[in-house]
Design a protein around this ligand. Structure first.
Ligand SMILES: Nc1nc2c(c(=O)[nH]1)N=C([C@H](O)[C@H](O)COP(=O)(O)OP(=O)(O)OP(=O)(O)O)CN2
Ligand SMILES: [Zn+2]
Length: 136
């Protein structure tokens, strides 16, 4: 049986959208308030979807405790209450847009999960703005 399980997580983080190759005027024109040099914050909501075949012996696709521990230890510990631009290695040369944050999260989790699983992450930057990434 091919099925999907989901785990939600949450982190707060500050960021600034900025392209260092552009002038201040162009950055302001493209990113608007998100280019605030003093940063701004979001309450990010993360949904992680893991899909695959159920183990007939356990009835589990994956132990959700294992999945929640992975997210806590490798995503929340890394991003929660951080300034993404200043404190997170992956965003030293990568604009911390919702798209790029989802991309980084997906690659971290992909390395931690058995390759038998399919993985998708959905990241809400606001209750109405969200992105999905599944590694394509
Ligand atoms: N494609 C993207 N567009 C935008 C991103 C992004 O990551 N990807 N990010 C931003 C800014 O981070 C901005 O801070 C978004 O938040 P906000 O201005 O609060 O967004 P809304 O006004 O749409 O707030 P709602 O509460 O969702 O209405 C901008 N664009
Ligand atoms: Zn923002």
């Amino acid at each position: 049986m091919y099925i999907s399980v989901f785990r939600k997580a949450h982190f707060n983080a500050a960021h600034r959208l900025h392209n260092p190759n552009w002038s201040a005027t162009k950055n302001e024109a493209i990113f608007g308030l998100c280019n605030n040099p003093h940063y701004h914050g979001h309450n990010y909501e993360l949904e992680v979807k893991v899909s695959g075949e159920v183990d007939p012996e356990t009835g589990y696709l994956i132990d959700l405790k294992l999945l929640s521990d992975l997210i806590r230890d490798h995503i929340e510990a890394k991003l929660d209450h951080k300034n993404l631009n200043l404190q997170v290695e992956e965003f030293q040369n990568l604009n911390p847009t919702a798209e790029n944050i989802a991309y980084v999260i997906w690659h971290i989790l992909r390395k931690k999960l058995d390759e038998k699983y399919d993985l998708m992450v959905r990241l809400y930057e606001t209750p109405r703005n969200y992105v999905e990434y599944e590694g394509k």
